[in-house]
Design a protein around this ligand. Structure first.
Ligand code: NAP
Length: 407
């Protein structure tokens, strides 16, 4: 298992952002997935500290209008759009600005590899794997929101982090919370890590009610404002399933020491239990700008505009065990974590296909987990020895899952 945790020696903790603020050169940032929820929150923080940061590259998939606006506003050196058909629109929209335009999946990977002091890996899905790897390979600080890349290929991502001297900082609020309270000096003193789950919009719904759930109902998350795919994942609890696999790749703990507790208020972002009976938690209001700011300023802290936590106003905090019968996706993810090999990549690929089909109105909500389960039973079970193996498993699992969405 690849060890998680930062490697401060690789980047020199003495070169933190506070020093960068007084240095002549601002820190250069690249934001992969700039037009998404994570990307926009990152740019919001950057815009509040204009002297400290300069934007190297921004990427998007199809939202060319927003990408043009962001590139103009930030004075980015490069804007890259994933859909090659949108190259002309991007080039025309940036004419006269001096911002370089590029298009296609390779252009996104190249953008990720442009020298930068900090890269946000904010693309959604396995599409983020190659750009994330490329960012890691330049040996810089990579803020990782793209959990799917760790789920599919965590061993390879972590091996590249070690080989290239990169620093991987978790953005997911749960992993960011654990990162803040995990004692990397004595990981054997950690008894358990506990990821909190809001439970999503269907926490109180019966299976019968969920059977008729619409995409609009599934993306209406009670606490967090996120992209469509992760919102549906939160409704099925697959998001928590992906996160337990992500946690295993990020933190040096055994698989059976990763737990989930449902906490609908989303105030406690996750916890670490130690052998002496202490439990350390990180808390805050549900605003992704807090964990993003943590990764932007690491190893220092910076001012973020998130609402302050007022526990007297919050009142009661509640916790309950997850219901694996009503939310089978979480059970499937625990199974994939335990099985290892190809299983996590199959789980992830099938889930991406099924969620897209649900959002398109082609399958019902409960079919998402059913399709993932069937793809896991029919999909490849070979050992994963290389990134090419990961990509091949991903392709095969998508093909199987697509067929299942057409039944
Ligand atoms: N949102 C949150 O609060 C949150 C919290 C924790 C973790 N995360 C994780 O962060 C990642 C991003 O989530 P999000 O909610 O920000 O998603 P989102 O709002 O859907 O944004 C996704 C971003 O990725 C781009 N993109 C989509 N498909 C792509 C492709 N094939 N190639 C290149 N770029 C592509 C999108 O471009 P277009 O806009 O042009 O389509 C957009 O910039 C996910 O892995 C998610 O699990 C998100």
């Amino acid at each position: 298992m690849a060890l998680g945790g930062p490697n401060p020696a690789a980047h020199g903790a003495e070169q933190g952002p506070a020093e960068a603020a007084v240095a002549a050169e601002p820190r250069r940032l690249t934001i992969l997935g700039a037009t998404g929820s994570i990307g926009r929150s990152t740019l919001d923080l950057v815009s509040r500290h204009p002297e400290e940061f300069a934007v190297e590259a921004l990427t998007a998939h199809r939202n060319v209008a927003l990408l043009i606006r962001q590139a103009r506003e930030t004075g980015a050196r490069l804007a890259a759009i994933g859909d090659p058909e949108l190259y002309g629109a991007l080039r025309d929209g940036l004419a006269g600005t001096g911002v370089e335009a590029a298009a296609g999946p390779d252009a996104i990977v190249e953008a990720a590899g442009r020298p930068a002091d900090w890269v946000m890996a904010g693309i959604v899905g396995a599409a983020g794997l190659e750009p994330t790897l490329r960012a890691v390979q330049q040996g810089t600080v990579v803020a990782l929101a793209n959990k799917e890349s760790l789920v599919c290929a965590g061993d390879f991502v972590q091996a590249e982090v070690q080989r290239c001297g990169a620093t991987l900082l978790p953005v997911d609020s749960e992993h960011n919370a654990i990162f803040q309270v995990f004692d990397f000096e004595q990981p054997d003193r950690v008894a358990r890590i506990v990821l909190t789950a809001s439970g999503g919009p269907f926490l109180q719904w019966s299976r019968e009610q969920m059977a008729a759930a619409t995409p609009a109902e599934a993306v209406a998350h009670p606490n967090w404002d996120m992209g469509a795919k992760i919102s549906v994942d939160s409704a099925t609890l697959m998001n928590k399933g992906l996160e337990i696999i992500e946690a295993w790749h990020l933190f040096p703990v055994e698989k059976d020491r990763i737990d989930v507790v449902v906490h609908p208020e989303s105030v406690v972002h996750s916890m670490v239990d130690y052998v002496d009976g202490s439990t350390l938690a990180q808390m805050g209001t549900p605003d992704m700008r807090t964990p993003i700011a943590y990764t932007l300023a690491w190893p220092k802290r910076m001012v973020a505009p998130s609402a302050r936590l007022d526990l007297t106003a919050t009142g009661t905090l509640t916790f309950e065990a997850p219901d694996l019968e009503r939310f089978p996706a979480l059970k499937l993810a625990f199974g994939a974590l335990e099985a290892g090999g190809a299983a996590p990549a199959v789980l992830n690929a099938a889930n991406e296909v099924a969620v897209a089909a649900f959002l398109d109105g082609r399958i019902a909500f409960l079919e998402i987990a059913a399709i993932v389960e069937e793809t896991l039973s029919r999909g490849p079970q070979n050992p994963i020895l290389s990134i090419d193996d990961v990509l091949a498993v991903d392709r095969t699992a998508r093909r199987i899952a697509r067929t299942l969405t057409m039944r």
